[in-house]
Ligand binder design. Structure first.
Ligand code: SAM
Length: 270
């Protein structure tokens, strides 16, 4: 495996969100949060020089796949992979293009990553909503994004990302990581979050409809719901909302995820 601090490697690339973790204890703590068992297939997003990779390997999953967009680090992992099991399979790819829906429930899949900050939200949006075989995920992201994910209705941090992810998984803020343990040092704190799929407890809604509704609602989060939806329903919006048990004057940020599920079944957003 490459040197975990990136020593001897190329300069960190800002365009790929490369802030390499330099603290072994924190790396071990992040990996421990994934609760790896011998049956698990683990996918690490963005291994870089491998600060997390060596702890994942040592935890002994059935298999370990590395998705890395940086040619240098993807090939280094291929060149220096350990002889002892589990098998490490590095894949040079953009994790945003990975077919997450192919992670079928026939296996227990776990996904982990110190995510590149520039693509963390769209990655989590896709992975956590589309991978049917996902058993657990652990991501390190910007603290502010983590706070948005776990936010409750009515709080300033609550938005489309909170509703969307809470509709598929239970997110948990595990711990905060300070900037000084990375090279180069980011400007903000990071947070490690774990995610457990809701499975059968998931509400009844059609994801594509929910996604469109959330985008429309949270683009205008200060407006009343009846004003936001006026252009999208034929009938009297106020009567429709009252009929669903919702106050027509409410603002999107006050609605619970279940309210959005119900609403997405009644309002068609093209
Ligand atoms: N895991 C290492 C660590 O903790 O030190 C590196 C983390 S660094 C924040 C993000 C990593 O993701 C980098 O190795 C970067 O090259 C990789 N990366 C960036 N964009 C990516 C993408 N779209 N798909 C896959 N990997 C990506």
């Amino acid at each position: 495996m490459p040197s975990p601090d990136g020593a001897g490697g190329p300069r960190a690339k800002k365009s790929l969100g490369q802030n390499f973790l330099r603290d072994r204890n924190i790396a071990a703590k992040i990996v421990a949060a994934l609760r790896i068992g011998p049956e698990d297939r683990v996918i690490e997003i963005g291994p870089g020089p491998g600060a997390l990779t060596r702890h994942i390997h040592a935890a002994g999953p059935a298999q370990l796949f590395l998705l890395e967009k940086d040619y240098h680090w993807a090939t280094e992992h291929g060149r220096t992979r350990p002889a002892e099991p589990p098998l490490i399979t590095p894949v040079l790819t953009d994790a945003l293009l990975f077919p997450w829906e192919r992670l079928t429930p026939a296996r227990s899949w776990k996904v982990i990553g110190n995510l590149p900050y520039n693509v963390a939200s769209p990655l989590m949006w896709d992975i956590l909503s589309t991978a049917p075989g996902l058993a657990r995920a652990v991501f390190m992201i910007q603290k502010e994004v983590g706070e948005r994910i776990v936010a409750a209705p009515g709080s300033g941090a609550y938005g489309a990302l909170s509703v969307w992810l809470q509709s598929f998984v239970t997110p948990r803020m595990e711990f905060i990581v300070p900037p000084q343990v990375f090279v180069p040092r980011p400007k903000v704190d990071s947070a490690v979050l774990s995610f457990v799929p809701l499975g059968a407890a998931r509400g009844r809604f059609e994801p594509a409809r929910l996604s469109r509704l959330l985008k429309v609602c949270f683009q205008q989060r200060r407006k009343q719901l009846q004003r936001i939806l006026r252009g999208y329903v034929q009938e009297d919006v106020s009567a429709l909302l009252t009929g669903l048990g919702l106050d027509p004057a409410v603002r999107p940020e006050s609605l619970a995820p279940e309210d959005f599920h119900m609403l997405s079944e009644s309002v068609k957003i093209p």
